[in-house]
Design a protein around this ligand. Structure first.
Ligand code: UDP
Ligand code: MG
Length: 322
């Protein structure tokens, strides 16, 4: 149980969100003010907008409002580093000032009213509170299917992850401090945070349609995220290669025995189709598995460089332009 009213920082990653950012900032500000009035958070709580290298007027909106209104803080990346890094930057930069941080998407598809539940769980003593969506009815059929398949695959690969958990979650400053110790470049927060432990709980929320603009998650961004999810959390695909290899060795043995019997009977030309088919199959498998190993080698190469995960070009933080 916690007793002191927490100082809350809400982090919103923004990438080309000029169409809806004003509206989202208004809604969040209204919500935060209500939380202050009802004594759920302190009056020096803040909303941190992280501009992930937008090409439109997103930063102008953030800068203008952060200059005028103390409740808004702004960070601007030097280029597009992706959603996960934007969330990470917002959280890490806030961790010294805030008692807890909630991350939420700029389109506010996630219900802001759930913030009360997040804070209630925090007051109960949780350091991590996961947001889990009630259903996927608002998703397009394709997205729903791929998301479900991905969560099933992750489970099969042995990754401890809450199905349908979103990057809508609360972390206490203690959990954020722990998160800052993870140096990985291939970031997949949904998989990583459960591995940290801590007292945690779940809050269920509804997902609405985007009110403006397009989804900023292009197919290639989505595939990149899924790939990072797999390669950063599990090495099971590499183990599976060994299993597949073993299977083909056994198959080869069986075929060898059959061929020897055929040879002994003087029926040597039979089996041409099998030979060609197996040749193709094994050739294909070879390329695929080598590629998979290469994928991990590539990811390790990126990790080993220890490059910064994001670079902040500009910051408007507590009235100062850093
Ligand atoms: N986003 C980001 N960087 C990117 C892509 C997206 O910061 O490269 C942000 C985006 O502005 C939004 C959040 O990530 O706040 C989720 O994106 P979106 O709503 O487009 O994804 P969807 O809800 O369609 O999965
Ligand atoms: Mg969205």
């Amino acid at each position: 149980m916690r007793e002191n009213v927490p100082k809350l920082y809400i982090v919103i990653p923004c990438y080309n969100e000029e169409e809806i950012l004003h509206q989202s900032m208004d809604i969040l500000k209204g919500k935060l003010q209500r939380l202050v009035q009802t004594g759920k958070v302190t009056s020096d709580s803040r909303i941190v907008c992280v501009d992930d290298g937008s090409k439109d007027g997103t930063w102008d909106i953030i800068a203008e409002r952060a200059d005028k209104d103390d409740i808004f803080l702004g960070l601007r990346f030097s280029r597009n580093y992706g959603h996960q890094n934007a969330i990470l930057a917002g959280m890490l930069e806030s961790r010294k000032a805030a008692d807890c941080v909630v991350t939420i998407d700029a389109d506010l598809q996630q219900d802001v009213e759930a913030l009360d539940d997040f804070l209630a769980k925090y007051m109960e003593g949780c350091d991590v509170v996961y947001g889990v969506r009630n259903d996927r009815d608002t998703d397009k059929a394709g997205k729903k299917f791929t998301a479900e398949a991905f969560y099933k695959l992750m489970k099969f690969l042995g990754v401890d992850m809450l199905p349908n958990s979103a990057d809508y979650r609360l972390l206490s400053s203690k959990a954020l401090e722990a998160l800052s110790e993870y140096p990985e470049s291939n970031l997949f927060l949904r998989g990583l945070i459960p591995t940290m432990g801590f007292k945690s709980d779940i809050v269920y929320f509804d997902v609405k349609d985007r009110t403006g603009g397009q989804s900023k998650y292009t197919l290639s961004k989505m595939m990149g995220l899924a790939l990072n999810g797999i390669t950063s959390m599990s090495t099971r695909p590499l183990e599976l290669i060994v299993v597949i290899g073993l299977f083909f060795c056994l198959l080869a043995l069986v075929i060898f025995i059959i061929s020897m019997i055929d040879w002994a009977r003087g029926m040597v030309v039979k089996g041409w189709t099998t030979t060609v088919a197996l040749l193709c199959l094994i050739g294909g498998m070879n390329l695929l598995t080598n590629g998979l190993v290469g994928l991990y080698v590539g990811k390790s190469y990126i990790e080993i460089k220890h490059r910064p995960r994001y670079i902040i070009d500009q910051a408007i933080w507590d009235g100062n332009d850093k």
